[in-house]
Design a protein around this ligand. Structure first.
Ligand code: DC
Length: 228
């Protein structure tokens, strides 16, 4: 195939919170020298912009307007990606609990998803893109040659999050984390707009009993089979 008939390849990695897709996406992008799109960050940035501007999270028109006009960029330094909004590094802010909660509300608004669609597609650039999220394979890059749906049991995802927070000295209850994960799964899978689901042509990988290296090996095998 020549350039005109082979669009820039995309590897999509979708899955629920805590499945390890962000970690895998970054490793795959590093390994292949591809760009990386963390689509969840766009919903988080929209949510942060709404909270900062005091926009009511039920005001769908205002939320969509904010999403369409986000003044953001992603900077890469020493292999770490930082999110910059209005010239300020907000990488930590967008991971705060109140922003996570707001992001999941904002992400359920169809007009917000529509406003962010082209922005996500604009990340596609040679030699390729790894995109992680919930609807990368179904809605944003339906023509991607490699689609992964990465999952793990809710219990295992809660355990991972627990270990991560403990490592940071944050005290939390495993039970609360499990409840939180189940609630988020429920919201992500049952919303009307782009619900979390594997694309028909996605390869489903369950990371409950495979470590990061095992998942990475499988994803790279698929890339070699389908992209070369
Ligand atoms: O992956 P994350 O936790 O950073 O995502 C933040 C929120 O955005 C989460 O509630 C799921 C939602 N999201 C989405 O609806 N579609 C995407 N492609 C990515 C994230």
């Amino acid at each position: 195939m020549n350039q005109a008939t082979s669009p820039t390849p995309v590897v999509t990695i979708d899955g629920p919170s805590g499945s390890g897709k962000g970690t895998i996406a970054k490793l795959v992008a590093d390994k292949l020298g591809y760009a990386l799109l963390d689509s969840g960050a766009l919903y988080r940035l929209t949510a942060l912009a709404a909270l900062n501007a005091g926009v009511d999270l039920s005001d769908e028109a205002r939320l969509a307007e904010l999403a369409a006009n986000l003044d953001i960029r992603f900077d890469i330094a020493n292999g770490e990606v930082s999110a910059v909004m209005g010239g300020e590094d907000v990488s930590r802010d967008i991971r705060m609990e109140r922003v996570s909660m707001a992001a999941s509300k904002v992400a359920a608004v169809p007009a917000v998803r529509q406003a962010l669609l082209q922005r996500q597609r604009d990340f596609r650039a040679a030699p390729g893109l790894v995109a992680d999220g919930r609807d990368m394979g179904t809605t944003v890059f339906p023509d991607a040659p490699v689609k992964i749906f990465l999952t793990a049991s809710a219990e295992e995802r809660a355990r991972r999050r627990f270990a991560q927070l403990q490592g940071r000295g944050v005290s939390v209850s495993l039970r609360d984390l499990l409840e939180d994960i189940r609630a988020r799964d429920d919201r992500d899978m049952n919303r009307a707009a782009s619900p979390l689901a594997p694309a028909e042509d996605a390869v489903v990988l369950d990371s409950t009993d495979i470590d990061i290296d095992g998942v990475l090996t499988k994803v790279l095998e698929l890339v070699h089979q389908r992209i070369g």
